[in-house]
Design a protein around this ligand. Structure first.
Ligand code: NI
Length: 172
């Protein structure tokens, strides 16, 4: 297991639509192990494989906080099969957009179908923080970032800020 670098905005790979996983093999299991190590170290509550530069439909989530017992969840080829009409607004951030938080409106509850690491079909119903993180991470597999849910003005401001920082880094 190792911690891998996390891609940061405006890295174009964050905009890729990721490929479904055909076979769950040792390669995928090793990727997932690295994803957990990277996410817990960050720390974060969710991570998509593309944030480590791997364009596959693999996401991990652990919405437990602080001293609570960890509840790691791996979702391969996840799909939202139902979303509540009821929406919730909550502050969100993203490890690929460090130090920027903003309020995002999402479905309060969702049903998600996915493959687990044993290659078994699973379906869960999630609400609250878990529902929010799952929707955020599934967005990543489709090249969508949480800032895409904000106003155009806010989004372009954030992208501009990160593009400038990236240029400064390239020069310095
Ligand atoms: Ni994110």
């Amino acid at each position: 297991m190792s911690i891998r670098p996390i891609l940061v905005l405006p890295d174009k790979r964050l905009r890729l639509v990721c490929e479904p996983v055909k076979h769950i093999d040792d390669h995928i299991r090793a990727l997932v192990a690295d994803m957990f190590e990277t996410m817990y170290a960050a720390p974060g509550v969710g991570l998509a494989a593309i944030q480590l530069g791997v364009p596959k439909r693999v996401v991990i989530v652990d919405a437990t906080r602080g001293d609570e017992e960890k509840h790691p969840l791996t979702l391969v080829n996840p799909e939202i099969v139902w979303a509540s009409e009821e929406q919730a607004i909550h502050e969100e951030g993203c490890l690929s957009i460090p130090d920027y938080l903003d309020e995002v409106e999402r479905a309060e509850r969702v049903k998600v179908r996915f493959l687990d690491l044993q290659d078994v079909n699973q379906e869960i119903e999630a609400d609250g923080l878990l529902a929010r993180v799952v929707q955020h991470e599934i967005d990543h597999t489709n090249g969508v970032l949480f800032i895409d849910h904000l106003s155009k003005l806010k989004r372009s401001r954030v992208i501009k800020k990160f593009s400038k920082a990236a240029k400064r880094e390239a020069v310095g």
